[in-house]
Ligand binder design. Structure first.
Ligand code: PMP
Length: 393
């Protein structure tokens, strides 16, 4: 049979990370490659209680179809939380999604025609590049550095290519761990307002801050210009597949149409269980446990990197989130290093696929959150050995 696939799917490569992770699934490999939260911190018992509660008290409704926008009390709970950022979000502005990954797909459906321009951070989240790629856009990037996105460059890029939106991750970015400074956020908000441009602000990691003080979302500074994405994946459990979007009313109305066509609504059972969990437990306490654990792990990784890595290799030290980003000497290839590292029993994610134009090969992403402190040390020693072998080639 000759399956006549669409141009869109035929031109979308398989997830590079999924492919590469297949090589790392051996007991002998210490993997810093995963992007998964630490399952030891999932609130299994509390979720079980919540599930029992909703099934025994209101089983029939819980298992029924529901509204496209999502469970109203859950939307209200999410809206109210934004008050801590000085944001005035109405529950009607919240749309529940199947994780923020679905939000990316819905945004593509609502905003992108084939050939339209999209502005990205360079590098950017691989899953967003893949989700948008199905709508066959042109990607244009602006530089991301320790202060965040280069706003002047982004402004020029968005003007020149008439971008439909800018997609950015201002807190503890995947893959670099970098965050935007307060000044960058303000400059970006002003630029979006002046240019009447739209930003997709993806924020799955912002709550996982373990040092420094939290900074306002760009959405708080330019609410008409920003669609904000949030997720329960990193602060509760990704298997629930629940996230949300906060959007200005006219945008939300279109997103709801796209959502209805895609799946009618997100799993009502998950939403009811999650909402019950949020009623019975203090999510902030749970988040501080997660952040504390990740802080210990990050400190262990940073200490090991500083002790073992050869000179000439830089790394970020984020104030939260799940990732560190290493920058190798310019002529190195992280993908070549990856294959040597796997032989030494350690894995990471080569940075190349995070650049929409595949322009830089000398970076890699390290996740610390699923590996215990002692093993982190051993893994980094193995990485150093792999680097020594690479350098000697
Ligand atoms: N955005 C970013 C930046 C991510 O890192 C991830 C998960 N790796 C997602 C979105 C998707 O997460 P989820 O669908 O589980 O909310």
């Amino acid at each position: 049979m000759d399956y006549r696939f669409s141009d869109a799917i035929a031109n979308t490569p398989k997830s590079f990370i999924r492919e590469i992770l297949k090589l790392t699934q051996s007991d002998n490999i210490i993997s810093f490659a995963g992007g998964l939260p630490n399952s030891a911190l999932f609130p299994v018992d509390a979720i079980r209680h919540a599930a029992e509660h909703v099934l025994s008290r209101d089983g029939r409704n819980t298992l029924q179809y529901s509204t496209t926008e999502g469970h109203a009390p859950l939307r209200a709970w999410i809206a109210e939380r934004y008050a801590r950022h000085g944001m005035n979000v109405a529950p009607e502005q919240v749309l529940i999604t199947n994780g923020s990954q679905q939000a990316l797909d819905l945004l593509g459906k609502v905003f992108l025609n084939p050939g339209d321009a999209v502005a990205l951070e360079n590098p950017s989240y691989l899953g967003a590049i893949q989700a948008f790629r199905l709508f066959r856009p042109q990607f244009h990037s602006a530089t991301l550095s320790t202060d965040g996105i280069d706003v002047a460059e982004l402004q020029a890029v968005m003007r020149q290519h008439q971008c439909r939106f800018f997609y950015g991750i201002p807190n503890f970015q995947n893959p670099t761990g970098l965050s935007y400074s307060a000044t960058t956020r303000q400059q970006l908000a002003t630029m979006l307002q002046q240019e009447q441009q739209l930003m997709i602000e993806d924020d799955p990691y912002g709550a996982l801050r373990f040092s420094g003080s939290s900074l306002p979302p760009v959405a708080a500074l330019a609410p008409e210009q920003v669609v904000m994405l949030g997720s329960f994946s990193k602060v509760c459990a990704p298997g629930m597949r629940l996230g949300w979007m906060v959007a200005p009313a006219p945008v939300l109305a279109q997103l709801a149409v796209a959502k209805q066509a895609a799946d009618l609504h997100s799993g009502y059972f998950s939403q009811r269980v999650l909402y019950q969990y949020l009623q019975d437990n203090n999510l902030d306490e749970h988040i501080s446990q997660i952040s504390h654990a990740y802080q210990q792990q990050q400190q262990a990784m940073v200490a090991a990197l500083q002790q073992h890595l050869p000179p000439g290799i830089a790394h970020t030290t984020p104030e939260g989130g799940m990732f560190l980003w290493l920058t190798l000497p310019k002529h190195w290839s992280a993908t070549d290093l990856f294959h040597i590292a796997v032989r030494h029993g350690v894995a990471f994610v080569p940075g190349e696929p995070f650049f929409a134009d595949a322009s830089q090969r000398h970076h890699l992403r390290m996740s610390y959150c699923t590996v215990d402190v002692a093993t982190i040390h051993t893994g980094v020693q193995r990485l150093a050995a792999a680097m020594a072998e690479y350098a000697a080639q």
